[in-house]
Ligand binder design. Structure first.
Ligand code: MTE
Length: 313
């Protein structure tokens, strides 16, 4: 299996050739090792030609601002472990991720319970370079490796009664000790949002497997919504008739709406959303203006054309 280069990355930022070189080295290292996730490793077995194509496709741009991998790996939000963005790297290593399976149930004709290997054997992995905007006011540009959620949902044949999708994270109480919120972490999307081509299930980033602190082995990525919608370590996907109750909405409904579309015109009750700090930028670099739908409006705005985005925040 090979990585297919996504040449038409919508409005994306582009990868530095040096990162591509590092990736190639990393992938070779994974392939040389015999650790678990063997089937996933084989999916990263890009040939020389694939890498040349990838590199040719990505270096044709003058924008070289993918966030360095080290920053993305070591500045994470994983509240089941801790509220501290650096400690989560160490604490998440206690998560058991092999074996892993995912249930896809609810308003569907063909419910499935799939081992990760089985789930991946039916998907082509591609690279998607997306911006990630956290509700806290910082942002990154991450090259994810994954596949559109739509393909997986199609396999379970959703019924016409399925209007929403609920996602549930794993909760391993022996490793996850933060009792401040109600676990497991739950998120949700409307069905049309879930099957939008920008919505991904990611299993890797920077050409490697996902680090545990970034949501291994399988996480959601919804680039036009605040980062808290992009739930990590998914074990259950349920199609529902009505909107699920989600972790952050339950915790503070006036602060974290169900939709959570990035929107500079709707402030968080405790801070503005007009601008953002790009992780890795220099201290004196001015903050970046936040874009409606995180800059993906051309692709997603039509899903919300008849909605008041201030009310449905
Ligand atoms: N998923 C789970 N299960 N637990 C979490 O605490 N944090 C969310 C989201 N997914 C979170 C989660 C938040 S607030 C953000 S901003 C993104 O993950 C951050 O992803 P990253 O840590 O890989 O940058």
């Amino acid at each position: 299996m090979r990585i297919i280069t996504k040449k038409e990355i919508p409005d994306s930022e582009i990868t530095d050739p040096q990162i591509l070189h590092q990736r190639r080295k990393l992938i070779k290292a994974i392939l040389a090792s015999t650790v678990a996730w063997s089937s996933l490793s084989s999916k990263f077995a890009a040939s020389e030609t694939d890498w040349k194509n990838l590199s040719d496709a990505l270096t044709g741009s003058d924008k070289l601002n993918v966030t360095p991998n080290d920053l993305v790996k070591n500045y994470t939000n994983y509240y089941e472990f801790t509220f501290n963005k650096e400690d989560s790297t160490r604490l998440a290593q206690n998560l058991q991720i092999d074996p892993w399976s995912v249930e896809i149930i609810g308003e569907v004709e063909k419910p499935l319970n799939l081992h990760l290997e089985e789930l991946l054997s039916q998907q082509s992995l591609q690279e998607y370079v997306y911006r990630l905007r956290c509700v806290e006011g910082w942002s990154m540009v991450v090259p994810w490796v994954g596949f559109p959620l739509a393909g997986l949902l199609k396999r379970v044949k959703p019924l016409s009664t399925a209007k929403f999708v609920k996602f549930t994270s794993v909760h391993q109480s022996d490793a996850m000790h933060n009792g401040m919120l109600q676990w497991p972490y739950v998120e949700g999307l409307r069905v049309d949002e879930a099957v939008h081509p920008l919505t991904l299930l990611a299993v890797g980033m920077y050409g490697d497997k996902l680090p545990k602190q970034n949501g291994a082995p399988l996480r959601l990525v919804v680039p036009w919504k605040y980062g808290f919608k992009s739930i990590k370590a998914i074990v259950k996907i349920e199609l529902l008739k009505t909107a699920p109750i989600t972790t952050w909405n339950l915790y503070a409904p006036n602060e974290y709406g169900f939709y959570a579309n990035v929107n500079p015109a709707v402030p968080h009750p405790r801070w503005s959303q007009i601008s953002e700090r790009r992780i890795g930028s220099r201290f004196f670099t001015p903050r970046k203006a936040t874009e409606l739908f995180n800059g993906y409006g051309e692709q997603v705005a039509s899903m919300y054309s008849d909605m008041d985005l201030v009310y449905f925040f």
